[in-house]
Design a protein around this ligand. Structure first.
Ligand SMILES: Cc1cc2nc3c(=O)[nH]c(=O)nc-3n(C[C@H](O)[C@H](O)[C@H](O)COP(=O)(O)OP(=O)(O)OC[C@H]3O[C@@H](n4cnc5c(N)ncnc54)[C@H](O)[C@@H]3O)c2cc1C
Length: 403
């Protein structure tokens, strides 16, 4: 339909993607972005250490959705409309080639988030998108003909559709204009953090990592296997960040005090670990000289001491009791978490607009006609690796197609 007026709330990743696609898909429409701050695309600029991790090299929708602690079910439908290949093609069509790193993260070839920003600014200009900065949306109200009256701190607009892409926040007051429409905001809690182990001397081994360890939170069902890194504060690495995201609510309820159990062997149980010992038990090799499971030598020594075994002991002298103790330390090593640390400033808020109140075929509100949502304002969040931006691109595309 031509001559529609569409307002986009928020000049971030989802807002720009929605605005550009709406302009392209609905020629003749008037599109206005309202941004409350004096900056556009500020998170895009600092994302991925200034390189912008645009998406992840994961083309199977069923695999892709596994990277979202909240929203995976709903995103299945959205990704069937706009997925990772669509993201790659979208940017390529506009002259931005993406490259894949060995861990599957995808970045612009230029290694600079400015390339993404330049692309968005160029497209916005091309389509004549009106961008109003330092204008904050305060209220949305349904008026006649299912139009929406948007009240800001400067103006009042009556428009045909509103796409709300106001992002994730850790304070409820930022969602109050949405709450006033009747939408519920699910609990806002941090996701993607590292584990603090105050007073634990494992921190002296900072910088060491194990490629395939399993971390879990005692008394919960959450456990993840992957690289674990020992840091100045405690524990980090992909497995820990994944745990922090999927167990975000449990950690919050436990006030970030919990026992963290590590299986340094990966996924073997005590009996299987003892089987691995068997071939060494015939040898006179000193235990310190034969670390198992890819555990770095200094960490192996630390774990031997934890199992009360002298690192110089030859394997052949390792008694049954000590074998049991070592197998236990290797598979069920306990650390007392006290607090968390934000991961390189890269955090997301779990929580946001309740997903039950959205029709994921269109991203339209089930409460207010012609109001659409996309991006991190929704109760959707992904783990690190480009998944949060993929959520922004896909939900924004579906909203833009539907207005
Ligand atoms: C340091 C950092 C690094 C990151 N790196 C990556 C990465 O490499 N890859 C990845 O996938 N994810 C990354 N993320 C997460 C990713 O940046 C976000 O998921 C994504 O930016 C969300 O986009 P959005 O448009 O929904 O929200 P935002 O980018 O937060 O944009 C929302 C905009 O709305 C504006 N706004 C809010 N309320 C109003 C209002 N009432 N009226 C008008 N305007 C309003 C805000 O000022 C803001 O500009 C990173 C996050 C951080 C903090």
């Amino acid at each position: 339909m031509t001559n529609k007026h569409i307002i986009i709330i928020g000049g971030g990743a989802a807002g720009f993607f929605a605005a550009i696609n709406a302009a392209e898909l609905h020629p003749g429409s008037k599109i206005t972005i309202l941004e409350k701050s004096n900056k556009l695309l500020s998170k895009v600029r600092i994302s991925g250490g200034g390189r912008c991790n645009v998406t992840n090299h994961c083309f199977e929708v069923n695999e892709l959705v596994k990277n979202y602690p909240r929203g995976s079910k709903e995103l299945k439908q959205v990704f069937s409309r706009f997925n990772v290949s669509d993201t790659i093609a979208w940017f390529k069509k506009r002259g931005v080639d993406l490259k894949t790193e060995p861990d599957n993260r995808m970045f612009p070839e230029s290694n600079s988030s400015e390339t993404i920003i330049d692309c968005f600014m160029y497209e916005a200009k091309k389509y004549g998108i009106d961008i109003k900065m330092q204008e904050e949306v305060l209220e949305l109200k349904s008026v006649t003909n299912n139009q929406i009256q948007v009240t800001t701190d400067k103006n009042k607009y009556v428009v045909d559709s509103v796409i709300c892409s106001s992002g994730g926040h850790n304070q409820k007051k930022n969602y109050s204009f949405i709450q006033k429409t009747g939408h519920n905001i699910s609990e806002l809690i941090p996701s993607l953090f590292t584990i603090n182990l105050p007073g634990n001397n494992i921190k002296e081994l900072m910088g060491l990592s194990v490629q395939n360890a399993t971390v879990r939170v005692e008394k919960t069902k959450h456990q993840y296997t992957g690289p674990v890194l020992i840091t100045h504060w405690g524990l980090s690495g992909p497995a820990v960040l994944k745990l922090s995201a999927f167990a975000a609510k449990d950690f919050f309820d436990l006030d970030y005090n919990a026992n963290i159990l590590i299986n340094w062997s990966g996924e073997l149980n005590e009996e299987e670990v003892k089987k691995v010992f068997e071939e060494f038990l015939q040898t006179k090799t000193q235990m310190v000289n034969s670390p198992l499971f890819g555990i770095p030598k200094r960490l192996w020594e630390f774990l031997l001491e934890k199992a009360e075994i002298s690192p110089q002991k030859p394997w052949i002298e390792l008694g049954k009791k000590q074998q049991n103790k070592l197998a236990q330390v290797l598979t069920n090593d306990v650390y007392n978490m006290k607090g968390k640390t934000t991961f390189k400033e890269e955090f997301v808020t779990s929580g946001g607009v309740n997903l039950k109140e959205i029709d994921f075929k269109t991203m339209q509100s089930k409460i207010m006609p012609n109001l659409y949502f996309c991006g991190e304002v929704l109760d959707i969040d992904g783990i690190t690796g480009g998944f949060n931006f993929q959520n922004a691109w896909s939900t924004a595309f579906v909203a833009a197609s539907s207005v």
